[in-house]
Ligand binder design. Sequence first.
Ligand SMILES: Nc1ncnc2c1ncn2[C@@H]1O[C@H](COP(=O)(O)OP(=O)(O)OP(=O)(O)O)[C@@H](O)[C@H]1O
Length: 260
Amino acid sequence: MEILEGHDLTMVFGGLAALTSVDIKIEEGEILSVIGPNGAGKTTLFNLLTGVYSPTSGKIYFKKKEIKNLKPYQITKLGIARTFQNIRLFGEMSVLDNVIIGQHCRTKTGIFGAILRTPSVKKEEASVNEKAMDILKFVGLEKVYNEKAKNLPYGKQRRLEMARALATDPELILLDEPAAGMNPFETNELIELIGKINEMGKTILLIEHDMKLVMGISKRIMVLDYGKKIADGPPEEIKNDERVIKAYLGESSRREGRAC
Ligand SMILES: Nc1ncnc2c1ncn2[C@@H]1O[C@H](COP(=O)(O)OP(=O)(O)OP(=O)(O)O)[C@@H](O)[C@H]1O
């Protein structure tokens, strides 16, 4: 069954079409990667699916429910979580607190309960703490739970972003360039972690430039170029797709052009 569908998605920014008539379908339980040269529209697509922008036209369904006009927090509550290309942690807060904040959309305590500290509030706090520690163990950060987030090395900060996304108890996780800035060792660890998250039953949508990671873990790959979908299929097919090869060759010649 499809967990998420986007139909005919178009996004225009002041006359520039960042996406034109893009269809996307994600099957429950799959790992789908979105790739494409710089400026192809990948992040714009993520921003539409998570409610950061409302598309200029087109429809988006999560588990058959239309979500096009929902706010990001409403979409999170329905079961979609994301990480960002530029890490967005609360640097001055502890690793544990960053994960606890992720659970906020699932807790019941209101302002009065928090002030009065009723037994049910204390009980909920204890279970929130326990769950946050379980998630930190899962991503391998339990030993640094008390560190300030900003003091973690880069690869661990990325893991913490994933932990915080997991804390919202999502069915679908969108990862925006999770391997960006990682060394090969950290990337291998990340591949393992994404596999484990998928084995837990979570569906994963990924934007990534690291082809080793993309080819290694994706069940399917969708390719964007200049805001249009130019290919969609299993990794073996995408590797040999002429339009995809051309789009990437075009990008390297654009880069060389810039460097001159
Ligand atoms: N908020 C915005 N306002 C105006 N133009 C935008 C906005 N967001 C994106 N764009 C433009 O839309 C196009 C697609 O950008 P987008 O960031 O989605 O590409 P991308 O594939 O994620 O690129 P990269 O791989 O470099 O992150 C680009 O031309 C970009 O400049």
